[in-house]
Design a protein around this ligand. Structure first.
Ligand code: UD1
Length: 421
């Protein structure tokens, strides 16, 4: 097992390049199963969730190659079904996209129920509702295997009771070849939904309205291979923005779409950070004492739930009080226990944290309870007095590319230590 050891105190300075968006890549990669041809996916992040998908697609019979320019070539023409025998789907949440893609192309799919971060119950009832509305039957066995199948899929109108990124994308995938028109109402609007729709359209699909709350999919008869570049990771970029604010730093964040950062930019400006935006980069710099703000996470374009944890760390060291309300995930404050070990003064329930700012966090041994909690603890370590050790960092490796290298290049004192035990 590995851990990160961080010596706090360095102000971040320099430039960081942002990789491809994890949450888009983990939708686009399984979506290639819809196409009986070769797709080249560029700007794929080098993270464990992507490696697991490479394994899954290979297991299903696709030809997956990493090209010299680090793009991923996926040819699913020889894949005949989407029955995933092994438990790889339990390693991450996004494996649920195999159900939509398999249903769309083969009219059936079967996997073990998805895994992913422990941040509440995370039901997939809206995905199932969508599949059933298109004409599929869905059953979940007592061993936790989910089977979806249909004799034919027919487009229809589907209203999502919960604004769900996963359900919106999964229904899009399942409806690509359905007869007639599918309309998803109350759809999620996140940038990776637009990115997935753009990828599907590059293969010849007919998806309109992605990025609004009504998405229309006209079923097509065939898809063709294409080359497609994944958008930059707004959550990775947001993590570095918050780290710059917490360490009173001055950094350039490169290869981003500043528009996607607006919910974070707005809050950091409100706190007092200096931000200059350029075409595909931004400078974020500390110029005066930051003031606490209240945060409520919401579906896009609201403040992203995936940055709630890093933001809570930043707020915990600002003079004054603040409240963070979690409006998306059911139970995403468990990591606060780790911050309490570092001296933070936070009272929390499942959906809300009340923070009284303190002047210093103290370095401690803490555990990354999930992916974004891990990123938050890294920021806590960067500003904590003395040494912080973060264990269970496999969660962080699922979603952050070359994290310690990128932070080291910014001047942070962070190293990965392989535990002999
Ligand atoms: C995805 C992201 C995750 C992000 C989240 C919200 C991936 C692989 N993961 O997760 O990083 O934190 O979006 O932006 O892209 N819900 C239901 N029924 C459903 C689906 C969702 O009740 O069928 C509820 C659950 O409480 C869930 C919440 O809605 O926690 C958000 O769901 P959704 O937007 O689908 O997010 P995830 O797929 O869990």
């Amino acid at each position: 097992m590995s851990k990160f050891v961080i010596e706090g105190g360095a102000k971040l300075k320099g430039k960081v390049n942002i990789g491809g968006f994890k949450n888009a890549a983990v939708a686009i990669i399984p979506a290639t199963l819809l196409c009986p041809g070769k797709c080249i996916i560029q700007n794929v992040p080098k993270i464990n969730d992507v490696y697991v998908f490479e394994e899954i697609l290979t297991e299903l019979g696709a030809k997956v190659d990493l090209l010299e320019d680090m793009s991923l070539s996926i040819d699913a023409s020889e894949v005949n079904d989407c029955y995933l025998k092994n438990g790889l789907s339990k390693k991450m949440r996004a494996s649920y996209y195999l159900l939509g893609a398999g249903l769309g192309r083969f009219k059936k799919a079967s996997t073990l129920l998805p895994g992913g971060c422990a941040i509440g119950t995370r039901p997939i009832d809206q995905h199932i509702k969508g599949f059933e509305a298109l004409g599929a039957t869905v059953n979940i066995t007592s061993e936790g295997r989910i089977n979806v199948q249909a004799t034919k899929l027919v487009g229809t109108r589907i209203y999502l009771d919960v604004v769900s990124v996963g359900a919106t994308i999964n229904i899009m995938l399942a409806a690509i070849y359905a007869e007639g028109k599918t309309i998803i109402e109350n759809a999620a609007k996140e940038p990776h939904i637009v990115d997935t729709a753009n990828f599907l359209n590059s293969m010849g699909a007919d998806v309109k309205g992605a990025g609004t709350d009504v998405i229309r999919i006209n079923g097509v008869k065939e898809l063709k291979g294409c080359t497609y570049k994944v958008i930059p990771d707004q959550i990775e970029a947001g993590t570095y923005m918050i780290a710059a604010a917490a360490t009173k730093g001055d950094i350039i964040i490169d290869d981003i779409i500043p528009k996607h950062m607006e919910p974070v930019t707005a809050k950091l400006k409100e706190m007092g950070m200096g931000i200059e935006e350029y075409g595909d980069s931004m400078r974020i710099f500390y110029e005066k004492d930051l003031v606490p703000v209240n945060i409520q996470t919401l579906p896009y374009p609201g403040f992203p739930t995936d940055l709630q944890q890093p933001m809570t760390v930043l707020l915990s060291t600002l003079k004054g009080n603040s409240t963070v309300v979690e409006g998306v995930s059911e139970d995403r404050f468990r990591y606060v226990e780790e911050l309490l070990k570092m001296g933070a003064n936070i009272k929390y329930s499942k959906r809300q944290a009340k923070i009284k700012g303190i002047t210093h966090l103290k370095g401690s041994v803490v555990q990354a309870t999930d992916l974004r909690a891990g990123a938050a603890l890294i920021i806590a370590g960067l500003i904590g007095d003395g040494l912080t050790e973060i264990t269970e960092i496999q969660h962080i490796d699922r979603g952050y590319e070359k994290l310690e290298n990128k932070f080291m290049n910014l001047g942070a004192k962070i190293k990965r230590v392989i535990d002999e035990e």
